[in-house]
Design a protein around this ligand. Structure first.
Ligand SMILES: [Zn+2]
Length: 98
């Protein structure tokens, strides 16, 4: 199989890619913090969580982060899955350490 050096689409690190791979192996594997039992959150996702905890609506979050509302909803769907909650209310109550 032909391999080439490629830049990871997610973290920007170079890695040896086989075929159609656009992210490095660590990025393809969701990292999980064993202590918290939640998947690693990106900086953006943490910003969204902080605003949810302040009781902001999707519209307000979109405005604060200069995103469109649909993007905020997309982030939320991923956050809910990573943090294992089903609603923004549950998310607001969940303790998420730095
Ligand atoms: Zn990567």
């Amino acid at each position: 199989m032909i391999s080439s050096t490629r830049t990871c689409a997610r973290c920007g690190q170079s890695f040896r890619a086989y075929g159609r791979e656009y992210t490095c192996p660590p990025c393809r594997k969701p990292k999980r913090d064993p202590k918290l039992g939640i998947d690693e959150l990106s900086r953006r996702e943490r910003q969204v969580i902080a605003l949810i905890k302040q009781g902001k609506t999707n519209k307000e979050i979109a405005w604060e982060l200069k995103l469109v509302e649909g993007t905020v909803r997309g982030h939320l769907a991923i956050i809910f899955r990573k943090v294992h909650v089903r609603s923004r209310l549950e998310l607001g109550l969940k303790a998420i350490p730095e």
